[in-house]
Design a protein around this ligand. Structure first.
Ligand code: FEO
Length: 166
């Protein structure tokens, strides 16, 4: 069964959202780079790369189903933040929006009786649990660190240990 127009449209929207996330994480990486917090910068850069991978998974899936990829416009990402804590709060908020968007695709795919898409989305569903968890953990740790520069530098070091596979 070929993909229906509504499912195709919502997947194109999701491709845009994932590339947007990648762009936004890159802006966060730049924020940290300019403040000599290279560990957080690395974390954000890897996250940006992951979002590109997510976008390309949807891109490839749409082609696998005989659909048409349409790349949409991207807004300028936010580049300024009041603190490292705010960066991760924005990141968590962004991930929650992505999760909600994945649920919207699920709902539509069910309504369209598109069970191939339902099955494809399982990976993203599991991935979002991880994505929200790692952003939420960092928010909690930064809240604990408060205004303590030593704790912040320790967290920066910890964030820098992130590997590409996470
Ligand atoms: Fe692709 Fe972080 O959601």
């Amino acid at each position: 069964m070929n993909i229906t127009q509504p499912v195709q449209d919502i997947i194109n929207r999701q491709i845009n959202m994932e590339f947007n996330s990648a762009y936004s994480y890159l802006a966060m990486a730049a924020y940290f780079e300019s403040r000599a917090l290279q560990g957080f910068a690395k974390w954000m850069r890897l996250q940006s790369e992951e979002e590109n991978v997510h976008a390309m998974k949807f891109f490839d899936y749409l082609h696998d189903r005989g659909g048409q990829v349409t790349l949409l416009e991207m807004p300028k990402p936010r580049i300024d933040f009041s603190s490292p804590l705010e960066v991760f709060q924005v990141s968590l908020d962004q991930e929650e929006k992505v999760t909600a968007s994945i649920y919207d695709i699920y709902e539509l795919a069910h309504n369209e009786r598109d069970y191939a898409t339902v099955s494809f989305l399982k990976w993203f569903n599991d991935e979002q649990v991880e994505e929200e968890r790692s952003a939420a953990d960092m928010v909690q740790r930064l809240e604990l660190a408060g205004d303590n520069p030593e704790a912040l530098l320790l967290l920066d070091q910890m964030a820098g240990q992130r590997s590409a596979a996470e």
